[in-house]
Design a protein around this ligand. Structure first.
Ligand SMILES: [Zn+2]
Length: 317
């Protein structure tokens, strides 16, 4: 790692693109030389976090977006193309989430081994069960989730599934470290499954609680907590609200007894504030991904803080 020129630039680059240094793995005698590290290009911070858990010192992880950034739309900086060029593994949500930027990036910079169908091309949407599968949706209306809901990271089981799949891919790409990946996966899963059991137990009293969201960002969180969504402020995913739609959302929120408006860190507050004033309910920002709030440094923090904030909503409003 110290000889890797990209790594040497770490502090300078931190401000613009999040750089996630590999975690130290206790018990590893000798870290692999930098040139042998598998380079992982993660589209979102949650997948970068999974990659660090499973890959440890054997991988080098780059996250294309940070936790307070809208992953649907990002600017194609030259540094992103450079990172894509040196990547051995692409790890993204898929289902069209990165549709506005990833295809261009793949075309401009990626190796053949990163193209669809190769072991280096890993999309969560191809391994987890997608909610809101395609139905009668009209893309011409600007619907950005026409392939199903891509925000899969807030279901604990999906993190577990993707960690397993990544370990399998890494073993295929970097067979020398198969045992390392297997060991790191199993250590992660043990901790993850233990933590998940605790979150599940705590979530039981949230079942049935009603909320409003800006975007269909929380479908997978509702899936295991039993939280109900009264309405979304967007008319359709990716389509901003009109005045008449907001009026409708207000009625739905009041009718359902919604307790809060959930906000991802990057979402606009205008429609939320309008609704918050009229419905008399707070805007509650949840981290949404790793780095989505101060102190959310890994996947455990992400779920722990999310469930704690929802408990506060339940108890206070
Ligand atoms: Zn979305």
């Amino acid at each position: 790692m110290p000889t890797d020129p990209g790594r040497a630039m770490l502090p300078k680059r931190l401000a613009r693109a999040i750089w996630l240094a590999p975690l130290a793995v206790p018990g590893m005698v000798e870290p692999s030389p930098a040139s042998a590290q598998v380079q992982i290009f993660a589209c979102e911070p949650e997948w970068a976090a999974v990659a660090m858990e499973v890959g440890g010192e054997a991988v080098s992880v780059y996250a294309a977006t940070h936790g307070r950034q809208d992953p649907h739309y990002i600017r194609l900086r030259p540094s992103l193309i450079d990172e894509m060029r040196r990547a051995d593994v692409l790890f993204c949500s898929g289902a069209g989430l990165e549709g506005a930027w990833l295809p261009v990036l793949l075309q401009r910079g990626a190796r053949v081994s990163l193209q669809h169908g190769q072991p280096g091309h890993l999309l969560a949407s191809e391994h987890v069960r997608l909610l809101n599968p395609p139905g009668r949706v009209d893309r011409s209306l600007g619907h950005v989730h026409a392939e199903g809901n891509p925000h899969v990271q807030l279901l604990p089981e999906n993190i577990d599934l993707m960690a397993t799949e990544l370990a399998r891919r890494l073993a295929e790409i970097d067979p020398e470290n198969t045992e390392t990946y297997r060991r790191q996966l199993s250590a992660f899963q043990e901790r993850w499954r233990g933590a998940t059991a605790g979150w599940m137990e705590r979530s039981s009293r949230l079942a049935g609680m009603s909320v409003v969201a800006y975007h269909e960002a929380w479908a997978y969180l509702y899936e295991w907590t039993g939280i109900k969504q009264a309405a979304t402020i967007e008319r359709l995913p990716g389509v901003p609200p009109t005045v008449s739609h907001l009026q409708e959302v207000l009625e739905l929120a009041l009718g359902a007894g919604a307790r809060a408006i959930l906000r991802a860190p990057y979402e606009p507050t205008k429609g939320m504030e309008w609704l918050s004033d009229r419905a008399g309910i707070p805007i509650v920002e949840l981290p949404f991904t790793v780095g989505g709030a101060e102190g959310i440094d890994d996947l455990f923090d992400l779920f722990e803080v999310t469930i704690t904030r929802l408990e506060e909503v339940h108890d206070q409003y």
